[in-house]
Write a new protein. Structure first.
Length: 131
């Protein structure tokens, strides 16, 4: 089985670096870290689609993680795991309405994060995942 690629969309450098270290230690690859919602949408549109995206809800630009996820899902059915310190933000529930989205609270527990990623990748592993 090939290593799954996880894209990180996080505007806090220390959090992004910690996520990258955690994921690589657990056998995932991280090809790209992006700190804006628009940057994430553009990267996926122009470069390549990751197997899974870890997406902060509040990002550096005026494009929230929820808005970026909605835009990404218009073209690609890639699982997105929202990361947030405030799971009561407006829009979180709407963002989670998609079966391709889930939520992990910050500060994240490593095992909870990995479980969320493995669960989101489930359909891909069984061959039911569709681009």
């Amino acid at each position: 089985m090939s290593r799954k690629n996880v894209m990180i969309v996080e505007d806090e450098f220390i959090v992004a670096a910690d996520l990258k270290t955690t994921l690589e230690r657990r056998g995932y690859t991280v090809d790209h870290i992006i700190n804006t919602g628009r940057g994430a949408v553009d990267y996926i549109r122009e470069m390549k689609k990751p197997d899974c995206i870890l997406m902060d809800v509040s990002l550096k630009d005026d494009y929230s993680g929820i808005e970026a996820a909605e835009e990404i899902h218009k073209e690609h059915q890639v699982p997105i795991i929202f990361l947030t310190a405030n799971n009561t933000l407006p829009g979180i529930r709407a963002g989670l309405a998609s079966p391709l989205c889930s939520l992990v609270a910050k500060p994240f527990d490593e095992n909870e994060l990995i479980q969320a990623i493995e669960t989101s990748l489930g359909p891909q592993k069984s061959g039911e995942y569709d681009e």
